[in-house]
Ligand binder design. Structure first.
Ligand SMILES: NC(=O)c1ccc[n+]([C@@H]2O[C@H](COP(=O)([O-])OP(=O)(O)OC[C@H]3O[C@@H](n4cnc5c(N)ncnc54)[C@H](O)[C@@H]3O)[C@@H](O)[C@H]2O)c1
Length: 368
């Protein structure tokens, strides 16, 4: 069977990651087009990654007959519209996290893709991160007995682009940006079971002059079988990205540090090119990581999605996964606003972005 032809929407941070990741596992897919609105960016991106066609408007990319699947790497606020337009154009969609900004958008995206008969694939790479996959395999085998606590943390010193800090474009702060990974991870690790309640403590400790968003977030998820998910996120941790898990059962436990745990403790007086995502410096002691995309699971994720398009595999992360995460994000922001646990299902109406539920707790009480 021929390779799945991918068009990437966006040309910066995550777009680079996706293009490089597809190239790492080239047997199932190839990138044939890119679209980005900033003049010159799509062309430069195409040149950098050896991609044949570059467009200024993603709707032109959607008219490209060769493109079968798009990868949405535009800011959160645009995910829904791009996905719905792509579905109408008959293209499968890989959507970056978070799926979108509102639950209504999540429903509309799922519905549009179902109606068009295309796949909506939710890009949660932690489901493919080799270390985390191994930890889950051991848990599923019974290595830790009954797992009762799963912790996931993602922390760094704040996002690279301005739009993340503008809650109207992003929908929220560190919880929205990074917590979506931990929520998905705990849910997946514990077998995608029902979620009973969510409690969150949010604050803006350091970046109040720059954002309305939370820059410290702690979320506790109670699952149907009584197990707990604990998700810790921060935009206030200098020194490079920190992504790690802890899993506890009645017969054992496992710890995994995705980046520093795979790094080479290094000392350099003069510094060098690159250590790890969001590391401020490469001088002194640093922890340069190798095979960064591979350790995260991005190439494996894109290969899986391409195989899903060809009917060789069934999606393990789809629009429904993104909607589960979105509902927990709503509940977490509402919990922080109300100062108490929020039971699921939780479906407040008329919310324009999750963070409003924290800032204006009266909205969190609106009927579902
Ligand atoms: N899976 C992950 O770990 C991961 C990591 C980083 C980012 N992301 C997600 O990927 C998305 C993009 O983040 P990023 O870090 O690449 O941001 P970025 O700011 O680096 O890049 C955003 C890109 O979107 C483009 N864009 C803006 N408006 C557009 C439009 N109308 N049409 C097409 N493109 C448009 C910009 O030109 C830019 O190329 C976000 O949703 C983010 O949450 C996921």
């Amino acid at each position: 069977m021929s390779k799945v032809k991918i068009g990437i929407v966006g040309s910066r941070f995550q777009a680079d990651c996706i293009a490089a990741s597809v190239r790492m596992m080239p047997d199932e897919a190839e990138v044939v087009a890119v679209a980005s609105p900033t003049p010159g960016n799509a062309e430069a991106f195409a040149k950098r990654h050896g991609i044949p066609r570059a467009y200024g408007d993603y709707r032109e990319l959607l008219r490209d007959p060769e493109v079968e699947m798009i990868s949405v790497t535009a800011p959160n606020r645009m995910h829904a519209q791009i996905t719905i337009d792509a579905a109408r154009a008959g293209k499968h969609v890989v959507c970056e996290k978070p799926l979108c900004v509102t639950l209504e958008e999540a429903d509309a995206m799922i519905e549009a893709c179902a109606k068009a008969g295309v796949l909506l694939l939710y890009a949660e790479e932690l489901f493919f991160a080799p270390k985390y996959v191994k930890a889950k395999q051991m848990a599923d085998e019974g290595a830790f007995g009954r797992v009762h606590v799963v912790k996931q943390g993602e922390k760094h010193n704040g996002p690279h682009s301005d739009w993340f800090w503008d809650v109207d474009q992003s929908g929220g702060g560190a919880l929205m940006d990074l917590g979506c990974h931990g929520i998905a991870f705990c849910w997946w690790f514990l077998g995608k079971q029902k979620i009973k309640s969510v409690y969150a403590q949010l604050s803006t400790q350091v970046h109040g002059a720059r954002t309305q968003g939370d820059d410290e977030a702690l979320t506790i998820i109670e699952f149907e079988n009584g197990a707990l998910g604990i998700v810790e996120n921060s935009w206030n941790r200098p020194g490079g990205m920190d992504d790690s898990i802890e899993v506890f059962g009645d017969k054992g436990q496992v710890y995994a540090d995705l980046l520093m745990g795979n790094a080479m403790p290094t000392y350099s007086e003069v510094g060098f090119g690159y250590a790890v995502e969001k590391a401020g410096s490469t001088q002194g002691w640093t922890y340069p990581v190798f095979e960064e995309h591979w350790n995260y699971g991005f190439p494996q994720e894109m290969r899986h999605f391409a195989r899903c398009v060809r009917g060789k595999e069934t999606p393990i992360s789809d629009g429904e996964t993104g909607r589960v995460v979105q509902e927990v994000l709503y509940a977490a922001y509402a919990s922080a606003g109300l100062g108490r646990k929020v039971q699921l299902p939780y479906r407040p109406s008329g919310i324009s972005k999750p963070i409003d539920l924290w800032k204006r707790p009266e909205l969190a009480l609106s009927p579902s």
